[in-house]
Design a protein around this ligand. Structure first.
Ligand SMILES: Nc1ncnc2c1ncn2[C@@H]1O[C@H](COP(=O)(O)OP(=O)(O)O)[C@@H](O)[C@H]1O
Ligand SMILES: [Mg+2]
Length: 239
């Protein structure tokens, strides 16, 4: 068996005296879609932010291609081929769609790749092409989510980290978005997907991990998790 693309062991992240995540371990094989599930406050965002170098790792390892990247700055991590589409999008509201995409290409060493990458984002999300000159802050939630993903794609990642891409969006928009994720995956992209929406994530994923108060408490093939009563129990916090 080949080594996983991403391997996290005993990750701990502290926010001062508070614990963001206490003990998270997971693996993301190359070419897979892995779901990171858990209710609000379980530690999904903290885990993704720690992988991306936005939250400081206080213990444990984050290996990408076998190299421990924990503690490296965010710009160095994105250059290695990991990109995050953050919860809440974090776009430049006053800037155009295209400028926001260009900002995602900042880490690229080879600037000549930008036109091709922009075209790829526009073919995955045609809505963004229509809106390329519009200010990001005037777009709908669904369009902003697409832009956040598009911006992440501009650094040409091998692993895309998606933080709650369905949050607050209408079901029809969510379906379109997940179709785009499936197309990107088919094209070779590996995806780690944090979602509160269990059914949605398990339909898309190959494998899933469930977090509860900052710890990995369950894992398994996504299809088996769909039928696992423990998943719903942990999720709903039913004892
Ligand atoms: N900036 C922060 N400062 C202090 N505590 C935080 C911060 N961000 C998250 N937390 C805490 O860390 C824990 C995990 O939160 P989070 O990673 O956002 O969970 P999720 O994304 O699963 O909802 C929660 O207890 C939350 O209150
Ligand atoms: Mg979150």
């Amino acid at each position: 068996m080949t080594a996983p693309l991403l391997k996290i062991e005993h990750l701990e992240v502290r926010y001062g005296d508070l614990i963001g995540v206490a003990d998270v371990s997971l693996e993301v094989p190359k070419g897979s879609i892995v779901a990171l599930l858990g209710s609000n406050g379980a530690g999904k965002t903290t885990t993704l932010n720690a992988i991306a170098g936005i939250a400081r790792v206080s213990a444990g390892t984050v290996e990408f291609h076998g190299e421990n990247i924990a503690g490296q700055p965010a710009y160095a991590i994105v250059r290695k081929g990991l990109a995050l589409s953050p919860e809440g999008w974090r776009l430049f509201a006053q800037q155009s769609v295209e400028n926001n995409l260009m900002l995602g290409a900042t880490p690229l060493a080879d600037r000549r790749r930008i036109p091709r990458l922009i075209d790829r984002v526009y073919s995955v999300f045609p809505k963004l092409a229509e809106r390329r000159n519009q200010r990001a802050g005037t777009m709908s939630g669904g369009e902003r989510q697409m832009l956040a993903v598009g911006r992440a794609l501009m650094s040409e990642p091998e692993l895309l980290l998606l933080d709650e891409p369905s949050l607050g969006l209408a079901p029809a928009i969510v379906d379109t978005m997940y179709d785009s994720f499936a197309a990107l995956h088919k094209d070779g992209l590996t995806i780690l997907l944090a979602e509160q929406s269990v059914d949605l994530a398990l339909e898309a994923a190959d494998h899933a991990y469930v977090l509860q108060v900052g710890r990995t408490v369950l894992e398994g093939p996504a299809k088996a998790m769909l039928d696992n009563p423990d998943v719903q129990r942990i999720y709903l916090g039913i004892e």
